[in-house]
Ligand binder design. Structure first.
Ligand code: DOR
Length: 426
């Protein structure tokens, strides 16, 4: 049975054009004017974009199913317009060997979006010895990270880079020097002093960015920097890219929409790692996304169950939800053309994840039908209760935002129609 997305503005890496899009048998069958299909999905006034790709999703399974499961997180993803997510490996047990990769992929397969596993760089994410990256790469893992922690040992990181380059996979770094960050719960600066909360200095992030740029130059291996949050880190990445180094970077939604001042509420919903930074850093993240120093918007969707998060600030775990609000926050807070926002959410992260040709467009006959239809003008108020996630640690409660996902198509199936979750793939 075919479906036609009717009356929208198609936006992909080849530009913008008013066109209908017909989806049939899992693929895009036609793109053009006045097309028809067995089912009509209204796209009038909407953008028809490649499905979004999140480079940074915590799905919590295995091990913390009270916070999220691969299934609930996948539904949150499609509600946010994502057709693919890369699951972070800081699960319990961690994704650090073939068996856990297989488990995550098997749990993701029946769900509404495509779930890709990242693998840990080191065994148990302990930073001591390299994980068996080759056996994970053989199962299709393309991105390796110890996310939640950075790899502290420079010699080990060098070896990981050499190994990864040989396998043709990408290392992604959570940039944080533990010896500077230890004991900190928010950004170290004026607000941490006023609030009496121990801080994490910007230098904890910047030193590791500096080190890994040097190691990339030394080994020739590409590195992807996760959730960059400081002006200095982004400036170093911009310069390294300018010098031709194979560096890519992402920024998390909360780092361009919130600042450390939010911690004045002592509400742990604003505790995240790397921490919310001062407004000057927030502005630098926006600039990095605007000028291309930062390649992609990632959510760092990090669900935590209420019983864990409802704790004093210094005892609560870091992390906040992000999948269902990313598009709207980007459209509302970044002063960028819609096509650029779509690129930051779709084809650019798709390329980093090695998913080009599967996700991220272009929207053309024969391509896999992974699509998102959103109204760039609809305004709405964020309500944490209205979520497919199993958790509620959403820092945007009550915020007015613009831009709403209407339909999400994954592998040709309309899994979200008019914001309603629809159909599980067989
Ligand atoms: O805030 C965070 N939460 N930062 C991380 O690096 C890990 C994540 C989590 O897993 O909760």
């Amino acid at each position: 049975m075919s479906a036609v997305l009717k009356g929208g503005l198609v936006v992909d890496q080849n530009g913008e054009r008013a066109a209908d899009v017909v989806v049939d048998g899992g693929r895009i069958a036609a793109v053009g004017p006045d097309l028809s299909g067995d089912v009509v999905l209204d796209a009038a006034g909407c953008v028809v974009a490649p499905g979004f790709v999140d480079l940074h999703t915590h799905l919590r399974q295995p091990g913390a199913e009270e916070a999220e499961t691969i299934e609930t997180g996948s539904w949150a993803a499609v509600r946010g317009g994502f057709s693919a997510v890369v699951a972070m490996p800081n699960t319990s047990p961690p994704i650090d060997c073939a068996a856990v990769v297989q488990e995550v992929l098997a749990l993701g397969r029946p769900g509404p979006c495509d779930v890709y596993a990242s693998g840990a760089i080191t065994v148990g994410r302990k930073g001591e010895r390299l994980a068996p990256m080759a056996e994970m790469a053989a199962l299709g893992v393309r991105l390796f990270t110890d996310d939640g922690n950075g790899v502290q040992d420079a010699g080990l990181m060098r070896r990981a880079m050499e190994y990864a380059a040989g396998l043709g996979v990408l290392l992604a770094q959570h940039c944080e020097v533990d010896s500077l960050a230890a004991g900190g719960h928010m950004h170290e600066g004026e607000w941490s002093s006023r609030l009496g909360i121990p801080g994490v200095p910007a230098e904890a992030e910047e030193l590791m960015v500096m080190r890994d740029i040097a190691l990339s130059r030394f080994t020739g291996a590409p590195v992807h920097f996760q959730h960059l949050s400081t002006r200095g880190a982004i400036a170093m990445v911009r310069a390294a890219r300018g010098a031709g180094l194979p560096i890519t970077a992402e920024a998390a939604t909360h780092h361009f929409t919130l600042t450390d001042e939010a911690c004045a509420s002592y509400d742990p919903v604003f505790k995240v790692n790397p921490p919310l930074r001062p407004d000057d850093d927030r502005a630098a993240v926006c600039d990095g996304l605007a000028d291309g120093a930062v390649d992609a918007i990632a959510t760092d969707h990090a669900p935590h169950a209420p019983e864990a998060k409802d704790a004093p600030f210094d005892e609560a775990p870091p992390g906040m939800l992000g999948l269902e609000t990313a598009l709207a926050l980007a459209l509302t807070e970044l002063d960028l053309p819609v096509a650029q926002v779509v690129g930051l959410l779709s084809w650019r992260p798709a390329a980093i994840a090695g998913l080009q040709g599967i996700h991220g467009g272009p929207i053309a006959p024969g391509a896999p039908a992974n699509l998102c239809v959103f109204d760039p003008h609809e305004t709405w108020t964020v309500d944490p209760a209205d979520s497919a996630s199993r958790s509620r640690n959403n820092p945007y409660a009550g915020r007015r935002v613009r831009g709403r996902v209407r339909h999400t198509i994954v592998g040709g199936k309309a899994v979200l129609i008019d914001q309603e979750m629809r159909e599980l793939r067989p």
